[in-house]
Design a protein around this ligand. Structure first.
Ligand SMILES: Nc1ncnc2c1ncn2[C@@H]1O[C@H](COP(=O)(O)OP(=O)(O)OP(=O)(O)O)[C@@H](O)[C@H]1O
Ligand SMILES: [Mg+2]
Length: 327
């Protein structure tokens, strides 16, 4: 493994299908907990157009931002990094941007992904925007890792499942290239008597049937995914098993293993901390929610040791994303 690959392994996109599920809160909290353990951690606010991570981590006026790099106002992405008041915690802001992630042109996006993959930090957490846009999904594909977040509400669960499924389908498309992907879809339609069903697991089965070599390759790349799930804003009366159930559904219907990293209790004092622009973990360390966050961080680190991420080569990923750029 070369140096570049080892950095790719440390990138953790944090996404959820629905706005307001707690991506930014979780990114800030996990960043703080990792940094407190002496791990050099970089947070990137990739929710361009709606960036607000700086407020959660107490950086009032971030000097540089991601768009300075995209617009070539700074030479390297490292030049856009801001120090935070917390030792070991660094930050690239997305604030003040008139840039929208969804509107990044392909070359800008590739340059950004490539630059992120080279940054020398022990952990890089990316706070993503809500939804399943192509650019959001690219972050999951470049790192093969990701933390998905949902609340217990059915709408949020539906959206996070849709996001996981979109990442999975996009991976199939990326590995197969466009033409082969289209042929596979046609075959799937034929086998399902004309219905347009494209359950990713069915696609994989059909591919293994028609082309065992390609099917095996695809199965192998899907095995490289290291996806985690966290359930945020759980209330005492909610079913505490929802997270485990979602992971089971992903395994059953997508054939994809997603590791559940725990529940984080809803606490009105999160709102209070955000309004006061102070860290929830520092202001309310003795709450159940703070304990949940610490346990989540602990599981994140131990799970990472037990299942180390397998990063793709950036060159390979670049080529693969290029192939699917216009899909
Ligand atoms: N565990 C929690 N308990 C109570 N409130 C929470 C919790 N987590 C997040 N919140 C609150 O939920 C709201 C949304 O959180 P956050 O901004 O982190 O979500 P988001 O997923 O980043 O949203 P967006 O998609 O708009 O960027 C905020 O007001 C935050 O204070
Ligand atoms: Mg956010």
């Amino acid at each position: 493994m070369n140096g570049e690959d080892s950095f790719i392994n440390n990138i953790w996109p944090i996404g959820g299908g629905k706005g307001g599920s707690g991506k930014t809160f979780l990114t800030g909290s996990l960043g703080l907990l990792l940094a407190r353990q002496g791990l050099r951690t970089l947070l990137i606010d990739a929710d361009l157009g709606a960036a607000n991570l700086h407020t959660v981590i107490g950086v009032a006026h971030p000097g540089r931002s991601l768009s300075d790099f995209v617009n070539k106002k700074v030479e390297t992405l490292e030049d856009a990094v801001t120090k935070t008041p917390v030792p070991n915690l660094y930050f690239i802001s997305g604030a003040g941007d008139n840039l929208d992630m969804a509107n990044l042109v392909h070359t800008q996006k590739m340059r950004l992904l490539r630059a992120i993959s080279k940054l020398p930090y022990e952990h890089i957490l990316l706070d993503l925007g809500a939804g399943t846009s192509f650019n959001t999904i690219d972050f999951f594909l470049i790192s093969n890792t990701g933390i998905f977040i949902t609340t217990p509400e059915p709408t949020s669960i539906e959206n996070v499942y849709r996001l996981i499924r979109s990442v999975y389908l996009r991976k199939i498309r990326q590995v197969l290239r466009e033409e082969a992907f289209r042929e596979l879809l046609q075959e799937a339609v034929m086998r399902s008597n004309g219905s347009s069903a494209k359950n990713p697991e069915d696609l994989l089965r059909i591919l293994k049937d028609c082309d065992p070599v390609q099917g095996g390759l695809l199965e192998e790349s899907l095995r490289d995914f290291r996806f985690k799930l966290v359930l945020n804003q759980l209330r005492k009366q909610d079913n505490h098993q929802i997270g485990t159930l979602i992971c089971r559904i992903c395994e059953k219907h997508l054939g994809l293993r997603v590791h559940f990293l725990g529940n984080i209790l809803h606490d009105d004092r999160v709102h209070d901390a955000v309004c006061r622009k102070v860290s929830f973990l520092e202001k309310y360390p003795y709450t159940q929610t703070a304990t949940d966050l610490r346990e989540f961080c602990h599981r994140f680190l131990t799970d990472r040791e037990e299942n180390p991420p397998v990063g793709p080569s950036i060159e390979k990923t670049k080529a693969e994303i290029l192939m699917t750029a216009n899909c």
